[in-house]
Design a protein. Structure first.
Length: 260
């Protein structure tokens, strides 16, 4: 039987294999989800996993750091690493790459006791010279601005902003929809274009909150009272260059890891 040759169809590039530390973290996370390790159980030490041949010390340590950032485990000096129960999990601030890793691994975009409100998606002129430089566009060029406010235990904790280059709108017209996409937009983009999106290092800075940010957090202070916030920023790019700037603005008094 003759098989017709497909023409003009670009096949997407295969998904890259996760790094070793992510494979270790996923294996442990599956055991937690399947009940092999239950709440309060102590996990093997880093040295024990290294002795089993799971990976180098730094690799296993990074896997445990990722799981702790995702709210699955906690390492305490002198007590080792234990699995957390939902009631043990603090109202932690999960941002940037850790949130995306959890989404891809579990399909759950939200932390325990977390929801989000006020989703917005619109075209906006980029009046921020720093964001324009990061995206490689001219000041006041149009971008897609997506925003939502994460709420944990009834309190707004993170204002998430996504400033997206207009070239992403072609393969992802859903960017202008305020509702959730069928899967994470970076994965959809890769499926439709064959281009993999990679994250740059997370950068942090402190600045004063704007009036609308304080309104979003439900904080009422006199106009002349300065209120500092921590801003975490990650630049995402594909092989054509910068594609998206993700900013997480943390509630005043809340710092990365849920410390206040």
């Amino acid at each position: 039987m003759a098989i017709a040759e497909s023409k003009g169809v670009a096949m997407p590039a295969p998904a890259p294999k996760p790094p070793k530390w992510r494979q270790i973290a996923d294996e442990i996370a599956r055991k937690i989800e399947n009940g092999v390790y239950g709440p309060g159980d102590r996990l093997p030490s880093v040295q024990a996993l290294v002795a089993e041949g799971k990976g180098a010390t730094a690799t296993v340590h990074r896997a445990y750091q990722a799981l702790e950032a995702e709210g699955l485990i906690r390492t305490t000096q002198g007590s080792g690493t234990k699995v957390l129960s939902p009631s043990d999990i603090p109202p932690s601030i999960l941002t940037g790459a850790a949130r995306l890793e959890r989404l891809r691994r579990t399909g759950r975009p939200l932390a325990p006791r977390e929801t989000y409100v006020n989703p917005r998606s619109l075209l906006r002129s980029c009046a921020d010279s720093e964001i324009a430089n990061l995206l490689g566009i001219d000041l006041y060029d149009e971008i897609v601005l997506r925003s939502r406010t994460f709420v944990q235990d009834g309190k707004a904790t993170v204002l998430a902003l996504n400033m997206v280059h207009m070239r992403a709108l072609g393969p992802l017209p859903e960017l202008l929809d305020e509702g959730p996409m069928p899967k994470f937009r970076h994965d959809l983009y890769t499926e439709r274009t064959g281009k993999t999106i990679t994250a740059g290092p997370e950068q942090s800075t402190a600045r004063l909150a704007s009036t609308n940010e304080l309104d979003e957090f439900g904080i009422d202070v006199p106009p002349d009272v300065p209120v500092p916030v921590l801003v975490l920023r990650t630049l995402y790019s594909d092989d054509e260059g910068p594609l998206e700037v993700w900013e997480d603005i943390l509630r005043p008094g809340v710092w990365h890891g849920g410390r206040s």
